[in-house]
Design a protein around this ligand. Sequence first.
Ligand code: ING
Length: 315
Amino acid sequence: MVTSSTARKLHLAVAQLGPVQRADSRKQVVLRLLELLKDAASRGAAWVTFPELALTTFFPRWDMDDSAEIRAFFETEMPGPETRPLFDAARELSVGFYLGYAELDGDRQFNTSILVGRDGTILGKYRKIHIPGDAATVSGAALQHLEKKYFAVGDLGFPVWETPDAKIGMCICNDRRWPETFRVMGLQGVDVVMNGYNTPSGYVQWNEPIHLRMHHHLLSLQSAAYQNACWIASAAKAGVEEGSPMIGGSAIVAPTGEVMVRTFSEDDEVINFVCDLSVCEYYRANIFNFAAHRRPEHYGLILERTGAGAPLARP
Ligand code: ING
């Protein structure tokens, strides 16, 4: 299938964060991120994926109305004084990274991730498109999930950046549950998709058995990687934040759909894997040769409809 002569090896790491409590300062969190970055670099990794909203606690679990209180969770500049040490370390160690954070752009609030190259410069930005949860408190719910209250829908699409190492794309948390996310990047020949997430394991407006949180998380990544012939590096912010448990399960998934490595804990933890990007090409040339096998002329409903509607079959 793939011989060593065709191999395109890229050493990826995923840096899972344990809980970030409301009182934890950005300075304290960045010190943790720096330790994880150095750990990843010491293992030989060239790129590190950090979680979604990595700099603060997952604040959409609360219903806040005071704009100053809300805006305290957002970054107005990136890098800013607290985050610059991360960029400096990336340049010194020649390690690129994905970082998720809450972005304030003028008056617009986004759930954002950036891709920082191995020289410490920002290569690109992504703003979360699939915003889950609700825009207002759901009465009687054991747990709130108010991302629709705090974040606008992303306006940057699903870009893929051509770096010297690989074609790299990004998505954030709930995006991984929607196949369109990865197919748009797959149609750009993406080799590696980096994904950060914060997934509450408690009940979120329905009494889904908790073991299914991990099942659906991995199912989403594994099917996306296989169906789009790409590697996926996915980083959790995990553990109990302000009394609210969030799943771990950070993972590096191969284009075969196999989980190659995953975290053991729900704390700060690095996993890494030497990925052979040429495996992507094998699947693109065969089972997922999009040009040879896809039939967009039959896919019209995917663009025409947002919600499900009447069946097309004529009686
Ligand atoms: N979190 C969750 C996610 O998509 C969620 C929302 C929680 C969906 C539980 C389904 C079940 O993993 C974010 N931040 O999108």
